[in-house]
Design a binder for this molecule. Sequence first.
Ligand code: ADP
Length: 222
Amino acid sequence: MRLLFLGMPNVGKGTYATIMKEALGIPHISTGEMLREEVSKGSELGERINKIMLEGGLVPDEIIIELIKKRITQDDCKDGFILDGFPRNEDQAKQLQELTEIRKVLHFKADDEVIIERASGRLMCSDCQAGFHKTGKRPKEEGVCDECGGELMQREDDRPDRFQKRLDVYREKTAPLIDFYDRQGLLVEVVINKGIDEIRDKVVTSIKDYLEGKTDTIEEIR
Ligand code: ADP
């Protein structure tokens, strides 16, 4: 069950990946999260990465591939994994093909106004990186992480000026991967236009049914 989650920043793929990881019992591998961990160590490499992330650019492929290679060969990945945020350009996708075979690519989509709404309210725990939302997936106590009690904050690269750059990079470098995987017959569209708390079970069931071959497509979830 080696899966890849694609979609524009803020579409919610990190949230869906967290849910599907529980439902399928396979690890969720987020390169964004791995990079933020490296940054928090304060290493020289971390400093370099931080600068690129703040600008909304792409971290060099060599660094990413090295991280991925190490991660997907770990023991807990032997029954599969969910890749989230990788690959982000065609070179990374080609290098991934050399490393392993992906079974399905889920392309998450939502209407523009839903994406904008999600972008403006996104919060992240400053300790464990768990994701929350001011109106969507709200923490039990305002400003406090449900998982670890850490402080919630807006991600620096979510500020409107920086977010725009990430969108531009997505359109130019990452969006072509949709065709790339479609040509290989691996792609399925997943359209979700509803807050996750209302439709969690529906998301899990439709994705599972599809992966188990019970359905050929994933119906739009509204
Ligand atoms: P989002 O999915 O919301 O855009 P991520 O947490 O996946 O955010 O990524 C944050 C930042 O980390 C990106 O803007 C980019 O700078 C860097 N990054 C993450 N994954 C990759 C990757 N595969 N290749 C290059 N840079 C990456």
